[in-house]
Design a protein around this ligand. Structure first.
Ligand code: CIZ
Ligand code: SF4
Length: 319
């Protein structure tokens, strides 16, 4: 509509004027994802967002996503200005892993390699040996396991347990979960599979084990999009934030994509499988931010120095 078009046009001009580039996560509103595509920005998972922001020549990064993504962008590019449509967009995993408790937990287990998920604060990253995203968690833990290392994993218990089952590594788990993926239900998924017997089931490993066990493919957002693109099936049942359907449908045109159920009765709750914090990013607050710069991301210089080490390790490992 006219209002949206007006915002889009304003944003395009402001990005150019400010030598800024828009980096959007797959779980954000399609309005923002399409705008990032049209303006030469990037739409991706948190690993690629980090890499893109670091490598891009723009002097300002505008991050549509949640707080840890803005912080990661700042840590990897301290010389750039990092803006976000809102600084209120957090993550249940970040909230579930306060640095003081986490540090104490690490201190109790000095024999373990500390591996943290990207969905954490800068301070938690600074206390870690390795940062991983879901796209490289398995490979990295396998690599450490092969060297005889024991792991302390935080914060997502489902992803950690999945990595433990797949690699056989000795993994001590922090107890936290993603409020979106934690809601997928095995019973409802089983019922839906009966309705669509030829559908392939794609599951993000932040989901509970009972749901992961029903998957044809378990993977990060990018890996699930690739699966929808490459597999022969014409129908897919997808257990991850429904923001992903914009990119997945674009990459797999003509295929039928169905939301995995978050209720026990096979019914999908329209607002459940969508992150409330990702949803805080919109055209209006993005426009406002480009005009006012009131949500600039700042990270303490000492933290940047420390958190940069495991983050760069992650990018080097993922090459
Ligand atoms: O659930 C998230 O926030 C994900 C999947 C982040 C990411 O790694 O892209
Ligand atoms: Fe955090 Fe889950 Fe939202 Fe991702 S989808 S930002 S893990 S709460």
């Amino acid at each position: 509509d006219a209002e949206k078009l007006d915002y889009r046009n304003q944003i395009k001009v402001l990005l150019k004027q400010q030598n800024a580039v828009l980096v959007a996560h797959y779980y954000t509103d399609p309005d923002l994802q399409s705008l990032a595509e049209e303006t030469g920005g990037c739409v991706s998972d948190s690993l690629e967002m980090a890499r893109f922001g670091k490598q891009h020549p723009a002097t300002t990064l505008v991050v549509a996503g949640v707080k840890f993504m803005g912080e990661t962008a700042k840590i990897l590019s301290p010389e750039k200005t990092v803006l976000m449509p809102t600084l209120e967009a957090t993550c249940s995993l970040d909230l579930g892993c306060p640095v003081d408790e986490f540090s104490a937990f690490c201190d109790e287990h000095p024999d373990r390699e500390v591996v943290v998920y990207a969905n954490t604060s800068a301070a938690v990253k600074a206390r870690s040996d390795w940062v991983v995203t879901s796209s490289i968690a398995l490979e990295l833990v396998e690599h450490l396991h092969n060297q005889g290392k024991k792991i302390l994993w935080a914060p997502d218990k489902h992803l950690g347990a999945y990595v433990q089952r797949e690699t056989g590594a000795d993994v001590l788990l922090w107890d936290s979960a993603c409020i979106v993926h934690d809601e997928f239900k095995a019973k409802g998924l089983q019922d839906l599979k009966k309705v669509y017997p030829d559908a392939a089931v794609l599951v993000h490993p932040e989901s509970p084990e009972s749901v992961v066990n029903l998957a044809d493919v378990v993977g990060s957002t990018s890996q699930l999009i690739q699966a929808a693109q490459k597999m022969e099936n014409s129908t897919f049942i997808v257990a991850t934030d429904r923001g992903i359907f914009y990119k997945m449908q674009q990459q797999a045109p003509g295929k039928l994509l169905i939301e995995a159920p978050t209720g026990g009765n096979g019914a999908t709750c329209r607002s459940c499988a969508h992150c409330p914090w990702m949803a805080m990013n919109a055209l209006d607050n993005l426009t406002l931010e480009l005009k006012n710069h009131s949500n600039e991301v700042h990270v303490d210089a000492a933290l940047i120095e420390q958190a940069m080490i495991p983050l760069n390790r992650m990018l080097d490992f993922a090459k």
